[in-house]
Design a binder for this molecule. Structure first.
Ligand code: AMP
Ligand code: ZN
Length: 483
C-alpha cells in the first residue's frame, strides 16, 4: 500500500542527528521518531533449533549498536526481539531428538541469552516467543480474511493472496512481473525465484507430530512470517519506527511481514528498515546450511573472548560484508590492549580529580565521533576518531601537557563513547586491569614527587613492585605496567 501515511510526526530534537539508510526508500534519511516518548524497534530474532553462529551475531551486534546509538542520541528505546520456537526447523529438530518442542528449544534459548551476555549485547525490552502468541496470530489471519487477502487451500491451509495486495514486495523492491497467479509456497524459507502466495496457517500433517493448535480453520500451526507481524504490532503498535534484520531476511520474510501487517491494518507498518550485510568466511556467507560456521562457544573454546569477538563484529560498516578471519581476532586483541593501556594511563593521570574542560584535540575527536555514529552507524569512522584520540592523548601524556582535570575529562569521554561501542570497559581481562590498591599507591607517589619527597617516592615504587607492577618516570609523569 504505497502512499500510506504515518499518523504522528511530532519532532524531538536529539543531541546528535541520526541519518539512516532506509532499505524501503533506498535513501539516507534524517531519522525522526514517530512519537516523542520512545523509539520503537523490532529486530528479527533467532530460530532456536541450534546454537546461533557468529554470522547471526553479526546481525544481533549490529542491532545492539543501533540501539546504543539511539540512546546515545538521547532517545529511549523500546526493542522487541522474537524467539522463533516453532517452524519447519525446530519441529524437525525436536522430532529427530525425540523431545517435545519446548524441551528441545529451551536449551537453545538459554544458550542464546548466555551468548549475547558474553558479547555485551544490551537486553531488549521484550523477547516474545512465537508459541506464546498463537491467539494473536489467529486474530491477524481473521483480519486478513475480512479484507479479502487470505484464502483456504484444499488441504485446509490458509494462504496470503499476494496478487490481491497492491505493492507486494516492499521493502525488498521485488519485480512482480514474473508472478504466476496461484503459485503457492508452503515452506518457511524460500528464495527470490519463488514469489508466490505464502502460508499463514499450515494444516496439520504427520510431519508436525504433536505440534498443533486449534484455529477457526482447523488444526495446524502458524507460518513463520506471521509471528513477526503479530508480535511486533502487539508490543510496538500497528505503525512503528524501525525494523531490522540480516539482508537475507529482506525477501521473502520482510516483504511478507509488511504485506500481512499493512494488509490487515491499512496503515503503514514500518517507517525505517535497516538491513545488515552478511558475515562471510573464505568468501562465502557463513551459514548453518553450508556448514562453514563458528558458534560463539567454538571461538571461546579456542581462547578468544566475547569482547574480542564483539570488536571484530563491529569493526566494519554494517552494510558491507565482513570477512571473518582469525587474523582479525588477533588484531582485535592487540587493539584492545592498546585501548586498555591508554585508559589506564588516563586513570593514573586523572587521579581523584574531577573532570575539567576537554583539550581541543578531544573536542575535535568528539565531533568526529558524533558525526560518524550519526552517519548511518559508521562505526569504522567512529573507531578512527577513537584512535585519533588515543594518539593525541598518549602524545600529551608523554609531553606532560595533559593536566589531571583534562585527563579526567578525556576518560569521561571514553566512557561515554563506550556506551555505544561496548568494548572498552566490559570483559577486560583481570590480569591486565590495574587493582585499586596500585592506583592509590601511584596517586600517593605522584603527590610525593610533587612535594619532592624522593625517599617516600622510592618507598612507594617498592610497594608497587611488591604488588607485581612496575612504575617508570617519564617527562609526562608516571607510567605503570604489570611487571
Ligand atoms: P535465523 O536464525 O536464520 O533466522 O537468523 C537470525 C538472524 O541472523 C537474521 O537476522 C539473519 O538475517 C541473520 N544472519 C544469518 N546469517 C548471517 C550472516 N552470515 N551474516 C549476518 N547475518 C546473518
Ligand atoms: Zn522476523
Amino acid at each position: 500500500m504505497i502512499g500510506l501515511r504515518f499518523e504522528s510526526t511530532e519532532r524531538i530534537v536529539p543531541a546528535v542527528n541520526l541519518y539512516f539508510y532506509n532499505t524501503m526508500s533506498r535513501q539516507r534519511e534524517l531519522f525522526e521518531p514517530l512519537s516523542t516518548d520512545a523509539v520503537r524497534l523490532y529486530t528479527c530474532g533467532p530460530t532456536v533449533y541450534n546454537y546461533a553462529h557468529i554470522g547471526n551475531f553479526r546481525a544481533y551486534v549490529f542491532e545492539d549498536i543501533l540501539r546504543r546509538v539511539l540512546q546515545y542520541a538521547g532517545h529511549k528505546v523500546i526493542q522487541v526481539m522474537n524467539l522463533t520456537d516453532v517452524d519447519d526447523k525446530t519441529i524437525r529438530g525436536a522430532q529427530e531428538a525425540g523431545l517435545p518442542l519446548c524441551e528441545y528449544t529451551r536449551p537453545y534459548i538459554e544458550a542464546f541469552f548466555d551468548d549475547i551476555r558474553q558479547l555485551n549485547v544490551e537486553k531488549a525490552e521484550h523477547y516474545p516467543a512465537a508459541t506464546d502468541h498463537i491467539p494473536e496470530m489467529i486474530t491477524l489471519i481473521g483480519r486478513l480474511f475480512e479484507r479479502g487477502l487470505a484464502y483456504a487451500s484444499d488441504d485446509g491451509s490458509i494462504y496470503f493472496n499476494v496478487a490481491a495486495f497492491p505493492g507486494y514486495g516492499r521493502p525488498a523492491h521485488i519485480d512482480l512481473s514474473g508472478l504466476r497467479a496461484g503459485a503457492r509456497v508452503a515452506q518457511d524459507e524460500y528464495d527470490k525465484e519463488r514469489i508466490g502466495d505464502f502460508a499463514l496457517w499450515k494444516a496439520w500433517d504427520a510431519d508436525d507430530g504433536d505440534v498443533v493448535w486449534d484455529s477457526p480453520w482447523g488444526r495446524g500451526r502458524p507460518g513463520w512470517h506471521l509471528e513477526c507481524s503479530a508480535m511486533s504490532m502487539k508490543y510496538l503498535g500497528e505503525s512503528f519506527d524501525i525494523h531490522t534484520g540480516g539482508i537475507d531476511n529482506l525477501f521473502p520474510h520482510h516483504a511478507n511481514e509488511t504485506a500481512q501487517s499493512e494488509g490487515a491494518t491499512g496503515k503503514p507498518f514500518v517507517k525505517t528498515w535497516l538491513h545488515c550485510a552478511h558475515l562471510r568466511i573464505n568468501g562465502e556467507k557463513m551459514s548453518k546450511s553450508l556448514g562453514n560456521f563458528y558458534t560463539l562457544r567454538d571461538l571461546i573454546g579456542k581462547g578468544w573472548s566475547g569482547r574480542e569477538i564483539r570488536y571484530v563484529l563491529i569493526n566494519g560498516h554494517y552494510r558491507q560484508t565482513l570477512n571473518f578471519t582469525f587474523d582479525a581476532l588477533a588484531a582485535a586483541r592487540t587493539t584492545l590492549a592498546r585501548l586498555d593501556e591508554f585508559s589506564d594511563r588516563l586513570a593514573v593521570a586523572a587521579g581523584s580529580n574531577a573532570a575539567g574542560g576537554l583539550p581541543e584535540w578531544a573536542v575535535k575527536a568528539r565531533t568526529a565521533f558524533d558525526e560518524a555514529v550519526g552517519d548511518d552507524l559508521n562505526i569504522p569512522e567512529a573507531l578512527a576518531a577513537l584512535f585519533g584520540l588515543v594518539r593525541e592523548g598518549n602524545a600529551a601524556l608523554d609531553a606532560g601537557s595533559l593536566p589531571p582535570a583534562g585527563a579526567a575529562a578525556v576518560a569521561a569521554l571514553l566512557a561515554r563513547w563506550d556506551t555505544v561501542l561496548g568494548v572498552l570497559s566490559f570483559g577486560r581481562p583481570d590480569p591486565d586491569a590495574m587493582p585499586a590498591e596500585v592506583r592509590e599507591l601511584l596517586e600517593a607517589r605522584a603527590a610525593a614527587r610533587k612535594a619532592r619527597e624522593w625517599g617516600e617516592s622510592d618507598r612507594l615504587r617498592d610497594a608497587i613492585a611488591v604488588l607485581g607492577w612496575e612504575v617508570r618516570d617519564t617527562p609526562g609523569g608516571q607510567q605503570c605496567k604489570r611487571a
